[in-house]
Design a protein around this ligand. Structure first.
Ligand SMILES: Cc1ncc(COP(=O)(O)O)c(C=O)c1O
Length: 397
């Protein structure tokens, strides 16, 4: 059962209960202690003991040979696009229902995102539509694991293998999710994670990239270290450290890594707490689904997820908008999610779609995300009440 919501009540005459925010960043224990350690060590730039600890954690948990922390998932995706050698005219197949960074990473290299429609059950890229979108210019497939539920990676990897394409997972939301027992982020050539404060595991801003054995580690390090061979120099492989290729500055400071270490130490506890809330929502809304008032998330049997998002699909966009407003009036913050990129101003200029976008054009308009954060406890009961009352008020159910 859900633990009691411990937030102090600030009573307002006119509010029924304290506001339930949509998100509240987790603080789980040793953040200050480990940041203090970093300060005392006087190693504040990248690549100290805390960065190494976090990178080892990723390598161990994901069974990948190499990982790099980055300053955001956006930067991890940009690094991935550079490692794919995407250049002007190259195409990358991806879903349109994603954050701008998935597409921007390709656009920043001069490439063109090519969107295909989503599956109606998971809202992930429809793997059955990918092969038909391949052209001689296709370089890669970027998949997104929406809500921490993995896309059908076996199907996508098989297509990629057949056509010689690279596959990148945008696993921004999917840390410690699995697909057929294997960890998200280690299901393809590269996996990109976000530790932005809205994610399960956070460091304020932050990210990481997990690299499969196929990806040259030193090449990734060159890009992440301003186009220099500093890593080869540190490893004693070259005697001078110099500019060798294109690159940027992608590694976070030890202060960020120390914070992240404290969070990764508690990763299981954070996810278990979120899962209790997710499961509470899922059973509390079963009846509403039976009554046809909403559709709950669908998790394929081959996937375990990390309770990143709890969303429902309502029967129409109008109802969705009304319900969000009504919940707000009931002091509960619920929200919509991505506006599909192909319909955005930049999307219209810089991308193209392949085939009909029927699901992408309709399902996101009906989506509401419920508040979900570490330590939420019984505040989830208030969110369910607000949702059901809002629905009753609108549809008279
Ligand atoms: C699917 C997806 N990709 C990428 C990002 C970008 O992450 P970051 O804020 O760490 O750059 C997000 C963040 O919301 C996301 O949801």
């Amino acid at each position: 059962m859900l633990p009691r919501w411990s937030r102090k009540h600030h009573h307002h005459e006119d509010s029924v209960h304290p506001a339930v925010p949509f998100n509240r960043a987790p603080i789980v224990g040793r953040e200050i202690e480990l940041i203090t350690e970093a300060l005392q060590s006087r190693h504040l730039a990248a690549d100290g003991v805390h960065s190494r600890w976090c990178q080892n954690w990723i390598c161990e948990r994901l069974s990948v040979p190499n990982a790099l922390l980055t300053t955001s998932c956006t930067k991890a995706l940009e690094l991935a696009a550079m490692l794919c050698d995407i250049g002007p005219g190259d195409e990358v197949i991806m879903p349109s229902f994603t954050f701008v960074s998935t597409a921007n990473a390709v656009v920043m290299q001069g490439g063109t995102p090519v969107f295909v429609d989503m599956r109606p059950d998971t809202l992930n890229i429809d793997e059955a539509l990918v092969e038909d979108a391949i052209t001689p210019r296709t370089k890669a497939i970027f998949v997104v694991h929406y809500a921490g539920v993995c896309a059908d990676m076996d199907a996508i990897n098989a297509i990629a293998r057949h056509h010689g394409l690279v596959v990148v997972e945008d696993a921004a939301q999917a840390i410690l999710s699995t697909y057929k027992g294997r960890p998200a982020g280690a299901l393809a050539d590269m996996g990109c994670f976000s530790f932005h404060e809205t994610k399960n595991i956070v460091s304020g801003e932050g990210g990481a990239i997990a690299l499969s054995p196929k990806v040259p580690y030193l090449k990734a390090r060159v890009i992440a270290e301003k186009g220099t061979n500093r890593t080869a120099f540190m490893l004693g492989q070259v005697d001078k450290y110099t500019w060798v290729d294109k690159g940027s500055s992608l590694l976070p400071s030890e202060i960020t890594a120390a914070f992240l270490q404290a969070q990764l130490e508690q990763a299981e506890a954070i996810i278990a707490d979120r899962m209790a809330t997710w499961s509470f929502y899922h059973s509390a809304l079963a009846e509403a689904e039976k009554a046809g008032l909403l559709r709950r998330p669908i998790v394929p049997v081959e996937c375990t997820h990390n309770a990143h998002i709890y969303y429902v699909l309502l029967p129409s966009q109008q109802l969705r908008n009304d319900v969000i407003a009504d919940m707000k009036a009931r002091n509960v913050s619920a929200t919509f999610h991505y506006i599909p990129l192909h319909s955005s101003p930049a999307g219209k200029k810089l991308t193209r779609t392949h085939g009909a976008m029927t699901n992408t054009d309709t399902l996101p308009d009906r989506l509401v995300r419920l508040p979900l954060w570490y330590g939420m406890g019984t505040a989830a009961e208030l969110a369910v009440e607000a949702l059901l009352e809002a629905l009753r008020a609108k549809v008279g159910a």
